[in-house]
Design a protein. Structure first.
Length: 303
């Protein structure tokens, strides 16, 4: 089970009732935060979720509306007596930003481990899931993120017996790849069936539509994508500032074959995102306008 919460949906500036864009996911006792604009920690508190379990923060790019909430969040974590290390991932320059922010958030009781992204694609292991960071097309270096929860095959008794795997290691091989017993190595593929469908969430904001986004988002259970502008007449401005329109995001969702699309990162001038959804759903019927603290629980398919 993967919990997903879109903490905020505003682009450029926070508004009354609309915090800046951020995403939080929870899996197996571990929380991931993507972006941390002003108002993020307030939205976490209003949702009733805990900041204490956040062990990784991913930054899409270094613009103020995506990092301005970091000092307050870090201080709140410190005041809550957090001691576990925090991992921060982002494009080149995020280390310098963190060092600058720590001037007003000094003396934190936990270490911050920073990883700067430099390649087009990075694969990163998290606690029980896999994160893929992929470069997109904005005015500054910017990355989208996919979080994937893999799911092993079912335990196959007959397969285990055929491969002469002792019962003493059956349970362990359902949790780890390799077990050595009495000098012999046993692997999980000796007792497990075919890999089953896992869970996948893709988050992408501040970019023009490019083929790589659809490729990375392919078959996502949930695709959260920026729709800076809903108005058709704003397409020129979207191209100029390297953002996306609602219909462009919908086309990416259609190409990627995702199960559901949430639009986010709305322009401050966009008062009623739902007003423009009719045209969006002509392209991709399972599209929804995001709203602050919109939440979804993703469950593994029943076999």
């Amino acid at each position: 089970m993967l919990d997903v919460c879109l903490l905020g949906t505003s682009g450029m500036m926070p508004l009354p009732g609309r915090a800046l864009t951020a995403l939080m996911t929870r899996f197996n006792g571990s929380s991931l935060l993507v972006d941390c604009g002003e108002g993020t920690q307030v939205s976490i508190r209003e949702k009733g979720w805990s900041m204490h379990d956040i062990d990784t923060i991913c930054i899409t790019h270094i613009h103020g509306d995506h990092v301005s909430g970091l000092p307050g969040l870090l201080l709140s974590m410190g005041n809550a007596e957090r001691t576990a290390p925090l991992r921060v991932i982002g494009p080149r320059g995020v280390r310098r930003v963190l060092e600058s922010l720590l001037v007003i958030a000094p003396g934190l009781p936990f270490e911050i481990h920073c990883q700067e992204l430099t390649e087009k694609v990075h694969h990163i292991e998290l606690n029980g899931s896999e994160l893929t960071a992929f470069r997109v097309n904005h005015t500054v270096p910017c990355y989208g993120y996919c979080q994937v929860i893999h799911r092993a095959g079912r335990f196959d008794v007959e397969k285990a017996k055929t491969n002469q795997v002792p019962m003493a290691v059956w349970s362990r091989l359902q949790k780890t790849d390799t077990v050595i017993l009495d000098g012999r190595e046993y692997t999980s593929d000796m007792v497990l069936g075919e890999t089953r469908k896992g869970l996948k969430v893709t988050y992408c904001t501040d970019t023009r539509p490019i083929p790589e986004i659809a490729e990375m988002a392919e078959n996502s259970d949930l695709f959260i994508c920026e729709g800076m502008y809903g108005e058709p007449e704003m397409s020129g401005k979207a191209k100029e500032n390297k953002h996306m329109t609602f219909t462009e995001a919908a086309e990416l969702a259609r190409q990627a074959g995702v199960s559901e699309l949430w639009l986010t990162h709305f322009s401050p001038s966009l008062v009623r995102p739902d007003f423009y959804m009719k045209e969006v759903r002509k392209i991709f019927p399972c599209a929804k306008p995001g709203k602050d603290r919109k939440t979804k629980i993703l469950n593994f398919d029943e076999d």
